[in-house]
Design a protein around this ligand. Sequence first.
Ligand SMILES: [Zn+2]
Length: 233
Amino acid sequence: MKPLYSALLSLQELDDRIAAAEARLMEFEPQLREVEAPLVALRAEVEGAGGRLDELRGQVQRLEEAGEQKRQRLRQYEERLRVRNTREEASARIELDLIRRAVQADEQEAAQTRDQATRTDLRLDELTKQLERKQEELAPQIGEISAKRDELASEIDALREQRTQQAKEIEAQALRLYERVRSGRSRRGLAPLTDEGACGNCYNVLPVQEQVQIRSGSALHRCEACGVILYTA
Ligand SMILES: [Zn+2]
């Protein structure tokens, strides 16, 4: 076999190994997602509870501020009441009662919201602990999968480096042709010509004249049907 063909075949072998390793690498992602699913769910719950807690605390603050404003108004009314006559006093007392009831309602709502905030805070604590426990529990499994994935990723890096070196052995025009063929539908760059004179990839039988050209190995020859570069052993 001419050196060009054996160099191209070595390149193809490397490309096949890289493609297979990359396919295996892809399988780690769904594996990791599956193992990490409970963590993702717990993190979402923690985040949800944290958001709810912030909301409730904001609500408590607003209610406390509203209550404080009403109490201020109440004090102003009480002040004025002291200097008014009897007729004015009656209507002022009604106003006062209204504000007092509004203050009570605010205080009650603030107390309830504070209770809710406390419960949410406890729930958040519990969820955070659950998450920490789950993280600890799953850490070895996640670590193992990640380690395997990283190992495979560095294997792929090494293969790519090897491929770069191998590609340097091949003249530019032949390399471009190989890469164009390989990026096509069949994903294969080279195939042997069978003893019967057929393409080893798609089994299309070639005209005798072409078979002779391929056997002579004088120029790279492609199968007309599937496009792979044909060679003889
Ligand atoms: Zn073919």
